[in-house]
Design a binder for this molecule. Structure first.
Ligand code: FRU
Length: 498
């Protein structure tokens, strides 16, 4: 049953959509295969699941402000993870516990019924630091029979249920069932001090268990002694080929030359124990830095969430964006009333101690056609596209040098590979940042041995680069006018378009 507040807020969303529809839809940066906000702002993917055969992607949504601020869970569905149908939002801020935001969360499907777990955020007005005071984080449950209409909201955990050493930052429940028990992992910021007695908070996760999805008790607190960022957001725990994986988004890692290049990171660690072992002791000794591997080396990737399809694949979708980057990233779609999108769904494959992320197989079922180059210029083939999605494929690289230019020489993205190294740069020949990069410069990633194959997918304003079948991936937004959508690719590669 929709509450009055909810009805009112959903009406506001519809009005904004009507008002902005033409402007948003005429924007040259709208994508074809990526989940976007119908209008306004989008961030994290939420509640990803397959329910009665249909894929559901919910997302953090601010239809009324292109600069974010939240307030809604947007909703879209798909039968193939590639084509998405936009629905009405499903959640908005209509109870005291979520007055400041219906924050991120996850879906659990059981007995033909959908359970959505999320964080209600409250920021009290006043002079607070919002770390130790002024913020209330509540874990909530809502249920659905159709993925669109939600039941009332039930409070599961409040500030009184978190351990003493945890600050007011506790959020993003990911829930799953294992051997008859329900588990909920939450991202948290623990109060801590360094050797000099200076405050130096530590990121970690809390794991709660339940027998009935309603009553939860603390089962494990995983805050490593060796600090790895001050806060972990959007945690996810799952099993891949018998291996236990923790995915998490640490904030506050100092940037390195070829690592942690964005303001906040997202990656995973292979856990040394199964879930059925109590983790606390193992993890006190554990150094996340030793095991952490970034999910993506591009400019735009954060807050991924995974889910299992009915045919048993583990799919991961990220937000193709990063919080708090307004100054570093001039997103050119803002003037047309929307910003950000989700990544393509990728399938996770565990191989030799690490996880490969490859585009879901549904993508190759699309009617891709090899395209002939518009012209050949020396060793490069040139191709111009405007509205198509394009895939550039090359194998047999064997660590050799390759270069791909998307856009024009004075305004483009260059992907350069040699040996084990892949570099994406928006800098032109004069080392000036290209307009199409929105102010960004260079990202570097490596593979373990050498680059063997490359797959570059371009869908209007997003480029996803898969190296060695997803061993290393780069996700990056790009803002090229249609007339500048050129490609100069090595003569040995295949160019496909759709
Ligand atoms: C990550 C995040 C989450 C939070 C949500 C709010 O981007 O900060 O921790 O739930 O966004 O929109």
């Amino acid at each position: 049953m929709e509450s009055e507040i909810q009805k009112n807020r959903f009406r506001q969303e519809r009005e904004e959509l009507k008002k902005m529809e033409r402007t948003v839809n005429n924007c040259p940066f709208r994508t074809r295969y990526h989940v976007m906000p119908p209008v306004g702002w989008l961030n994290d993917p939420n509640g990803l699941c397959q329910f009665r055969g249909i894929y559901h992607a919910y997302f953090q949504y601010s239809p009324l402000s292109v600069h974010g601020g939240g307030g809604y869970w947007g909703h879209c569905t798909s039968t193939d993870l590639i084509h998405w149908k936009y629905k009405e939002p499903v959640l908005t801020t209509d109870i005291p516990e979520d007055a400041g935001g219906v924050y991120s969360g996850s879906a659990l499907i059981e007995n033909d019924h959908m359970y959505l777990f999320y964080t209600g955020n409250v920021k009290l007005p006043g002079n607070y630091d919002y770390i130790d005071s002024g913020r209330i984080s509540t874990q909530l449950l809502t249920e659905s029979d159709d993925g669109q209409h939600m039941s009332g909201k039930t409070k599961l955990l409040g500030m009184e249920d978190y351990p003493e050493n945890i600050t007011r930052h506790v959020r993003d429940p990911k829930v799953w069932k294992e051997e008859g028990t329900y588990y909920m992992v939450l991202g948290a910021r623990a109060r801590a001090w360094d050797k000099e007695g200076e405050r130096s908070d530590r990121g970690g996760v809390l794991i709660y268990t339940s027998q009935d999805k309603k009553n939860w008790s603390l089962w494990s607190e995983l805050v490593p002694d060796k600090k790895f960022g001050y806060m972990w957001e959007c945690p996810d725990i799952f099993v891949l080929s018998g291996t236990r994986v923790l995915s998490y988004c640490p904030q506050g890692l100092p940037a390195g030359e070829e690592k942690y290049q964005n303001i906040y990171q997202s990656g995973y660690s292979i856990l040394p124990v199964g879930i059925t072992a109590k983790m606390d002791d193992v993890f006190r000794e554990w150094d996340p830095e030793d095991t952490f591997r970034e999910w993506d080396m591009g400019f735009d990737f954060y807050a991924p969430q995974s889910f299992e399809t009915e045919d048993g694949r583990r799919i991961l979708i990220g937000w193709a964006g990063v919080p708090d980057t307004e100054k570093a990233h001039r997103n050119l779609s803002v003037e047309n009333g929307w910003q950000h999108c989700l990544t393509l769904p990728t399938e996770l494959v565990y191989r030799s101690g690490k996880i490969f992320r490859k585009p879901v197989s549904e993508l190759s079922n699309l009617p891709w056609k090899d395209v002939a180059a518009d012209k050949a210029d020396g060793k490069y083939r040139k191709y111009h596209w405007a509205d198509q999605a394009v895939a550039v494929k090359e194998d047999g690289i064997a660590g050799g040098e390759r270069c791909l230019l998307i856009g024009r020489e004075d305004n483009g993205l260059t992907i350069h590979v040699a040996g084990d190294k892949v570099e994406l740069t928006f800098l032109n020949r004069d080392r000036q940042p290209s307009i199409c990069g929105g102010g960004r410069r260079v990202r570097i990633g490596r593979v373990e041995d050498r680059v063997e194959e490359l797959l570059v997918l371009i869908d209007s304003s997003i480029v996803e680069v898969f190296v060695n079948g997803g061993e290393t991936v780069f996700t990056t937004r790009i803002y090229l006018d249609k007339k500048d959508r050129n490609l100069a690719a090595d003569g040995r590669c295949r160019i496909l378009a759709i």
